[in-house]
Each structure stands twice: as structure tokens, then as C-alpha cells.
Design a protein. Structure first.
Length: 447
């Protein structure tokens, strides 16, 4: 009773818990982390994307959004550890997160490049304008080449895909392959003649020319392309811009609220201006990036097209396990049957003597074949032909009844001696069904 009185006030107090102890209060102070790929360091990433977190905090006041910068090497392992809920990254890393962690895109960035709003970008392969010996991609064999970074999509991988399609393997055909670390460094190296050619993402040359750093007439584009609605210089196919993706552990209703808020972002919003964009649009199709990754064997497609034991186990592990179990069962059953046969061979059995030519079984020609032929055991027990003759001769020692259509001279049979056989009838005997003692299909004393 005393214990109940002590618990009663505590239960009543539970209906008046402070807000910070309730579920709603916990949701209001939940920390929603947005990972961002830091191309130029953490400070530059925070300057570009902190305004986006502030925008979401205003649109969704029940949550607290925070920007968490990651470099190229840490962003994928952090996703495997569920370290963040959303991620803003380049398409290359998104493809890896999609395949390895189950990330799904919810919007695509509308980037502001050289005064144009674009949801696609590509790569530019260029050299100095006076290099008349470089006209096509095949002329880059045995030349010095520079790219922005090994993991850069627009600054290397797009150009690598085009070079591979042209029959150039960079590791084999380039005299030197260098990575400048930034797009500006690549442009400077080509302008100074430190390398013969280089590649950067679209819009870099236009931006540097707009600020007076370079002149576009000093460079020539190798393998220039033309795409409708895209006026920037480019040498490769176009691929979708940076996406924002949601991780599987994120609540679906929260992901829906974030998607709606980003799509409603105005072109002149401070968050869009800080990110050098004009807001967000519906998610684009990233299927072509999967084809690029397969061709270059990057990310989740490193072993694509190659035969490895680990890949076989991942693809056909359960089938191989079932086949192995079936083979083991078959081998065990075979061993059991062989052992059983061996025991049967060693077990003594009753054998019947084979009949000789002089003691052959009688020949039957019965019309009643309902139970014919007899079983094997019965056939082994049949008497010999001579035994049957003696039995029959004894049975017919008495006078026979009158035969239909037979003369009186032949109607009665006499036995010559005990155990001897009567003389053969001149024609087959047909006994009446009523007085017949033997089956009508047996011939008596064929000799």
C-alpha cells in the first residue's frame, strides 16, 4: 500500500512533463546533419552551404540543420557509419553512395555558371592555340597531360572516358600524367607551357576570362561538342549537376519536407547566391554516370567485367552452396549403396539347381492365361517332365469314358503295364468339358 502511494504522484506527474522531456521537445532539438563535399577546404564549404542550413531551419523550425564538411576520403566511410542524414556532393561520390549505402537523390542543383543557369556540366580538353600539332585526341599520344584531380568528375574522369573511347590509355600512351589539385592550376600550367594539354570542368575558362586572368583566344578546344541549350565550351558529354541525397536511415516525412523546401527556394535567395546557384530543381537522371563508371571501372564497378573469386561468391554464393550440398548428399548416397551391395554379395543365399536338358519342364499351351506366367518361386518348384508323365499315367489307369465322335474300338484305353504310357491316339483327344479329368490343352504321351 505504501509503495502504491509513492508511485501514484510520480505517475500523475508524468502527464505534466516539461517540454524538454517529451518526444515533441526531443524532435524540436534533434540534430539533422547535412554532409557537404569540401572541394576547397572546410571553411570554403561552410561559406558556401551554411546559408542553405539556415534556410532549412527557417522553413522547418521543428528541426535543427547543421553543415558537416567532409573531404574525398572521408565522406563515403562516414555514410556507412550513419554519420549524417543528407549529403550534397558531386555526381561521382553520389554514384558510390547510391550503390554502397542506398542513398537516393531528392533534388539537383541549378548552378550559375558564366551568367547561365545549368543543371548539366561536362569537361573541357584544351591546349594553347599555337599548338598546331594537336588537332584531335589521338594527337595527345606521347604528350604531357594535366588534370584537376584523380577523383574529379569534370576535371578528369569525363576526359578520361573520351580518351578511352578514342583508343588512348592514359597510363600507357601519355608521356606524363599530372594532377594539379585545382582547376585554376591546370589552366595556368597549360598557359605557361608546363604541359601540352589539360582538362577542367565546364565554365572554368569562361569564369577566368570574365575576371581577366586569361584570354579565350589563347586556347583551343580539342574535340569541341555542341549540345542544345548548353553554350559553354566543352569536349565531353554532359552529365547532371550536384545532387542532394537522403540516406536510408532518415525519416521519410523529413525528407519530403526538405525536398519541398529546396524546390521552393527562390533564385535570389541568399542560400542560392552563397552556393553560386539559382536554387534547386527536380532530380535529374544519373544513369549515364553508371555507364561511365562501368567503362572506367571506378567506385562500385572496380571489378566490373573481371572474373574474381570474391565476385563469384557475391553473385552466386547461395547457388554454389546448394550445388555443393547436393553433391555431398549424392556422394553419401552412392557410398551407402556400394556398401549395401558389398554386404549382399557376402551374404550366403539359397540357390536352385538349373534343370538339365533331360529334365526339362513341361510345355504349356493353356488358353486360360489370367494368372500366367507363374511367379519365379513357383517355377523353380515345378516337377520334371518324367515325373509329370508318371503321375498322369497313374491317373488314367482306369477306363476312360466314351469319347464323342469316336469308334467303340478306340473308346477304351488299356494300359500295357503299371507305370507305362498308353499308346498315342491317332488324332488329338478332345475330352468333353463335363467328364474331362485333365486340361484340354495338355497332350499326353507325345511319344
Amino acid at each position: 500500500m505504501t509503495r502504491s502511494l509513492i508511485l501514484l504522484p510520480l505517475l500523475l506527474a508524468g502527464f505534466h512533463c516539461p517540454p524538454f522531456l517529451t518526444t515533441a521537445g526531443a524532435a524540436a532539438h534533434s540534430d539533422i546533419r547535412i554532409a557537404v563535399l569540401a572541394l576547397r577546404g572546410e571553411e570554403a564549404a561552410l561559406q558556401s552551404w551554411q546559408a542553405t542550413a539556415d534556410y532549412l531551419n527557417r522553413k522547418i523550425p521543428s528541426q535543427q540543420f547543421r553543415i558537416v564538411p567532409y573531404d574525398f576520403t572521408a565522406i563515403v566511410p562516414a555514410a556507412r557509419q550513419h554519420a549524417y542524414h543528407f549529403v550534397i556532393t558531386n555526381p561521382s561520390i553520389y554514384i558510390e553512395l547510391e550503390e554502397l549505402c542506398g542513398a537516393s537523390r531528392i533534388a539537383t542543383l541549378r548552378r550559375q555558371v558564366a551568367g547561365q543557369s545549368q543543371t548539366r556540366f561536362g569537361g573541357v580538353i584544351f591546349c594553347r592555340s599555337e599548338r598546331t600539332d594537336l588537332q584531335t585526341l589521338t594527337d595527345l599520344k606521347n604528350r604531357r597531360f594535366m588534370a584537376a584531380g584523380e577523383n574529379s568528375l569534370g576535371g578528369w574522369r569525363m576526359a578520361w572516358y573520351e580518351l578511352k573511347a578514342a583508343g588512348i590509355e592514359p597510363a600507357e600512351h601519355f608521356a606524363q600524367l599530372r594532377f594539379g589539385g585545382s582547376h585554376d592550376a591546370v589552366v595556368a600550367a597549360v598557359a605557361q607551357g608546363a604541359v601540352d594539354a589539360g582538362t577542367v570542368r565546364t565554365g572554368i575558362l569562361e569564369d577566368l576570362a570574365a575576371t581577366g586572368v586569361i584570354r579565350l583566344t589563347d586556347f583551343r578546344i580539342l574535340q569541341p561538342r555542341q549540345h542544345e541549350g548548353f553554350d559553354l565550351l566543352h569536349s565531353t558529354d554532359l552529365y547532371p549537376e550536384w545532387p542532394i541525397a537522403v540516406l536510408p536511415q532518415t525519416d521519410a516525412s523529413l525528407a519530403q519536407q526538405v525536398t519541398i523546401a529546396l524546390l521552393e527556394m527562390a533564385d535570389n535567395d541568399p542560400a542560392a547566391q552563397a552556393a553560386a546557384s539559382v536554387g534547386w530543381t527536380i532530380p535529374q537522371d544519373y544513369t549515364r554516370l553508371h555507364e561511365l563508371f562501368k567503362a572506367l571501372r571506378l567506385g562500385p564497378y572496380r571489378d566490373y567485367g573481371s572474373f574474381t573469386f570474391a565476385a563469384v561468391l557475391r553473385q552466386y554464393g547461395w547457388a554454389l552452396l546448394g550445388a555443393t550440398a547436393a553433391i555431398v548428399v549424392l556422394l553419401l548416397y552412392t557410398a551407402f549403396v556400394l556398401r549395401l551391395n558389398g554386404r549382399l554379395r557376402r551374404t550366403p543365399t539359397l540357390s536352385w539347381p538349373r534343370p538339365t536338358s533331360s529334365s526339362r519342364r513341361p510345355s504349356f499351351n493353356c488358353s486360360n492365361r489370367k494368372s500366367w506366367p507363374p511367379s519365379a518361386s513357383w517355377r523353380l518348384a515345378l516337377p520334371t517332365k518324367s515325373t509329370i508323365r508318371r503321375v498322369l499315367c497313374s491317373a488314367i489307369s482306369a477306363p476312360w469314358p466314351a469319347m464323342p465322335n469316336a469308334s467303340s474300338a478306340t473308346s477304351t484305353m488299356s494300359m500295357s503295364a503299371a507305370g507305362s504310357c498308353p499308346k498315342p491316339w491317332p488324332s488329338p483327344v478332345r475330352l468333353s468339358e463335363k467328364n474331362s479329368r485333365l486340361p484340354n490343352c495338355w497332350r499326353i504321351c507325345p511319344n
